[in-house]
Design a protein around this ligand. Sequence first.
Ligand SMILES: *Cc1c(COP(=O)(O)O)cnc(C)c1O
Length: 397
Amino acid sequence: MSALDRFATQKLEALEAKSLKRTLVITNRGKMSSAERVIGEDRHSYISFCCNDYLNLSQHPAVIEASISALKKFGTGAGASRHITGNHELYTELESKLAAIKGTDDAVVFGSGYLANLGGIPTLVGAGDLVVVDELAHACIHGGAQLSRAALHIFRHNDMAHLQEILKAERAKAQHALIITDGVFSMDGDLAPLDDLVPLADEFDAWLMTDDAHGLGVIGEGRGSSFKKVVETGDLSQKYDVPLQMGTLSKAVGSYGGYICASQPVIDFIKTRARSLIYSTGLPPATVAASIAAVDIIANNRYLCAEPVRKARIFSKAVGLNEVPESCIIPIVLNDPNVTLKASQLLQEHGFLVTAIRPPTVPEGTARLRLTFCADHREEDILRLAKIIRDEILLQS
Ligand SMILES: *Cc1c(COP(=O)(O)O)cnc(C)c1O
């Protein structure tokens, strides 16, 4: 065995011993949150409660139609980076629709959400600056923050006193400061406390950025976490003043790509300097066309956008969870990875697909089932799932 193969084999064995080895399983998603898993000759169909296609727009006829016609008109690939010849006309349309839904001057679309954070953050802060990130913020925020070479500080999850403490100690040493958090936390489903974050950022002259990968299409009539209070009060002036609203087109939008919405100078600057935009090929036109059609649906269907959270609330009430969910993500934390894998297996035996989420996706000792609720989930299926989780998982553990 070569040294390289021995290295990989030993690493894998160590992970397997801790129930942390991961293997890819063929999963074919179909209509109505159904998913087929293929293992060897075996094919099993499940109702999926772990997709992020919250509005089922990846299957929507108008979205598919828009994608097919762009495919026929423009071909399969963008052919180059957006700064060379990859900036087809569909980009302009998508960016103006995203800016409109978020209430900003403009937007910039990247190849993915991961690339938006990896490229966007280092464009805004660098050596001599400060970046402060929530400990549970998405991996690509931590990645972008590290790449930036700014002084990086992590605050305890949603702990405003801790954030303030860091800003008090560190802000004066830095030229610019950036605070970054998830608008909706991807593995926990809770929201960032924007009521406190916005004034705190202001007080310390720091820029605030939210990653709303799980907010667009779901929170604030589909416009994202910055619009949460607008819905409660019906007053557009209640929008949270978050100057950098980042997100993805791969979740509720049902397509692929990432974006940052901000003011004109900020977007122009990011388009000029973000390395993951400059040195990576533009998105396939058909993908951008699908996003345009899906964003249109989100902008015009606030009742559809309210469905995922409504479904999550039906589930949480049926299980008897204490907190009323604010998003369509509900974690059932079982702590031990092996216990979590077994719980996931049990749900599969009942026809439900809920994959186990293990470290390092979540912190050590907090392995969980991460349930996501979609617009098309049927109430009877939600109640059946809730009963199994309550009686066969929670009461047994
Ligand atoms: C999924 C996700 C991303 C990455 O987006 P992709 O478009 O899938 O690369 C970034 N941030 C958060 C919070 C996410 O959940």
